[in-house]
Design a protein around this ligand. Sequence first.
Ligand code: KIV
Length: 287
Amino acid sequence: MDPRTEAVSKVTVPSILERKLRGEKIACLTAYDYPTARLVDEAGLDVVLVGDSLGEVVLGYESTLPVTIDDMLHHLRAVRRAVKRALLVADLPFGAYHVSAEQAVEASLRYVKEGGAEAVKLEGGRKRSAIIRALVAAEIPVMGHIGLTPQSVHAFGGYRVQGRTPDSAAELVADAREVEEAGAFAIVLEGIPRELASSITRRLRIPTIGIGAGPDCDGQIIVFHDLVGFGFGTAPKFVRQYARVTDVVREALTGYRGDVLAGRYPEDRESYHWPASTRELFERVGA
Ligand code: KIV
């Protein structure tokens, strides 16, 4: 069915959980500003994540690490104004929950009250369970995130697929179980082998949302800019580009510059004109 003609039924935390029970897939995407969030919501995506990937794809940092709570709030508010149907989730950036559970609750309350977030996402497994419990106790739904967690880039020594060995796979299964036990309503599995993602998905009651984790997860998420080809580097193996926006924008910019330099833009049809009365008056006073 065309999502634009479907009745707008708001996606909620309970409805995301029900999707897993019904065996229905969950389509999630990131967004960082009003126009992209509006397009994502109108296309019928279930979850819009204001990801801290914002640091790389919008703010031009080399990693997500420099992103602040205020950066996130600025973009979250713009996305909030656009999203009507999808569940709106926002990432807690690096440093916003690493000191204490109280710090995580304070940041998340700002997301809900000032940014209109309906849930928060944070990275890490067993070591984050006390924080997840504190957030859930404060009525803030939590999406977990394990595997190749980008905020751990220095600890991992680079962006490497996780859970390739039996030991590290077992660690991730334990992490996923603990995130569920702590009360998360969904969990992102990033950069792990398909077999491991499939096994975690079968073991959990909450939905798994994969990114670079194969097709057996309950849902998928990807960065908006990767999906539409609006970036500069080589996309990771798991990305399927549905458009090449960078090429389209480059072509438009080159065309505009060429037209301005050659005097082809603007033309008369792109100009405003005086009404006849103004022309007459202007000519009469001899201006
Ligand atoms: O920051 C982000 O965009 C993310 C998703 C890609 C899962 O964490």
